[in-house]
Design a protein around this ligand. Structure first.
Ligand code: RNT
Ligand code: ZN
Length: 419
């Protein structure tokens, strides 16, 4: 059977369930997914020589990581060429690109320090999302930034946040696409604190000060990301789930951001998406794969990944949920890591778009739970691979593992020369 014949046969099978696979493919092509720049260099960035801090960690020393903006852009380009679907660029402030001899500290960052990224994004027809970087910096005092009791330290980080608002607005104006600006801090304590509320009150005030910077709410979408704990801050994290969710709920235009590595192991973000969509016009996600902790493994096409995508689609959330990838594996070829993760999320979305949601919902509403279970099991073995292949073909990328050959060649010709 040719690829086209396989697709035609799959299309008919899905069609019998009321699913239009052509429409699913066409829809997915319009949905942007944010691709994080930080998989390419193990979350280091270009503005410091120090280690990665903030309670997050990359492990592995696979050769060939990007060391300069040029290398990172080149690697990202390679990865992008192997992924189907619409991309948005996700940057951290630590990825500012300085001219020879130039430097600006985080509180003094300006749009011009990101002009090269704007050029990169525009040439590839991508919008840009942004993240102030509250880690890997010497102005972090005792592990604290926006919650610091030292007013000078706290002010430095507030000024960083404000600078990032201005840069986010610049991105949105330049690209014509709203910029999602995500605030995440690793602030917390290793052991049992004596004051849990004080740091949170300071965090609240700090975010409010950051957001007092004037900006156009249609262009900049600020969000706050929660977390349970980080390495070295196991006992207490200021930006907990309750804190960030309450902040977003009580501040107009602020979105909650859920990272699916940031909850207790039996909690699932797939269940939280429909809960939040009952209240928030828009929410944001970091899509990752935690193994036992917030390990940020490469996203795979696994059960929970599929379930999250299904909830977004079922809830009519494709234009209400800002989707960004957030993982970093330094133990394998980084371009392959990028590619596998992005393709996995695309698969999950396409699978969700090919799920007979109306029919399944009807079974649930009519309490036909036996049939619901049988049907949900049945569609797991439907010929989804043939639809995926067709989507990849239409997007001009390999639908099979052909892309890995390209990465191997790139590794031999480019990455292996980086010593
Ligand atoms: C850390 C958060 C945060 C970072 C990125 C690099 O636990 O998930 O989003 O991963 O900002
Ligand atoms: Zn995250």
């Amino acid at each position: 059977m040719t690829q086209q014949e396989r697709y035609e046969s799959a299309k008919q099978m899905y069609g019998a369930l009321g699913v239009d696979t052509d429409a699913a493919i066409a829809k997915l092509k319009e949905i942007p997914v944010s691709l994080h720049c930080w998989q390419g260099d193990d979350v280091i960035g270009f503005d410091h020589d120090g280690p990665l801090t903030g309670g997050i960690q990359t492990t592995g020393d696979y050769p060939g990581k990007a060391r300069t903006p040029k290398e990172l852009m080149q690697d990202m380009d390679k990865a992008i060429s192997l992924m189907p679907g619409k991309k948005k660029l996700n940057l951290h402030a630590s990825y500012a690109v300085f001219e020879e001899g130039e430097f600006a500290d985080r509180d003094k960052l300006e749009p011009k320090h990101f002009a090269k990224w704007v050029e990169f994004a525009k040439e590839r027809n991508m919008g840009i999302d942004f993240n102030p970087t509250f880690f890997s910096h010497d102005k972090i005092k005792d592990g604290l930034t926006l919650t610091s009791p030292d007013e000078e330290i706290r002010q430095f980080w507030i000024n960083h946040g404000k600078a990032c608002i201005r840069i986010s607005e610049y991105f949105a104006k330049e690209t014509g696409v709203p910029c999602v600006m995500n605030i995440w801090i690793g602030d917390g304590f290793k052991d049992i604190p004596a004051d849990r509320m004080g740091p949170r009150m300071r965090y609240k005030d700090s975010i409010e000060q950051i957001l007092s910077e004037p900006y156009d709410k249609n262009l900049v979408k600020p969000c706050v990301e929660s977390k349970v704990f980080g390495i070295g801050v196991e006992a207490y994290t200021a930006g907990s789930a309750e804190f960030t969710l309450s902040f977003a709920a009580t501040h107009d235009g602020v979105l909650p951001l859920m990272d699916n590595g940031h909850y207790h192991p039996t909690e699932v973000v797939s269940d939280k998406i429909p809960a939040l969509l009952c209240f928030f016009p828009e929410i944001a996600l970091h899509i990752t794969r935690p193994i036992r902790w917030d390990s940020d493994h490469v996203v795979l096409y696994d059960d929970e990944t599929r379930e999250m995508a299904k909830e977004i689609v079922r809830c009519g959330g494709l234009d209400r949920v800002y989707m960004a990838l957030d993982y970093f594996d330094a133990s394998i070829n980084r371009i392959s890591a990028w590619t596998v993760g992005f393709r996995s999320w695309q698969k999950a979305l396409l699978n969700a778009l090919c799920t007979p949601n109306e029919m399944l919902k009807k079974l649930q509403d009519e309490s036909r739970f036996t049939e619901l279970m049988v049907m949900q099991e049945e569609i797991k073995t439907y010929p989804f691979g043939a639809v995926w292949e067709e989507y990849c073909r239409q997007c001009g990328v390999a639908g099979d593992t052909g892309w890995l050959e390209e990465i191997k060649e790139y590794e031999a010709k480019v990455l292996s020369l980086r010593k």
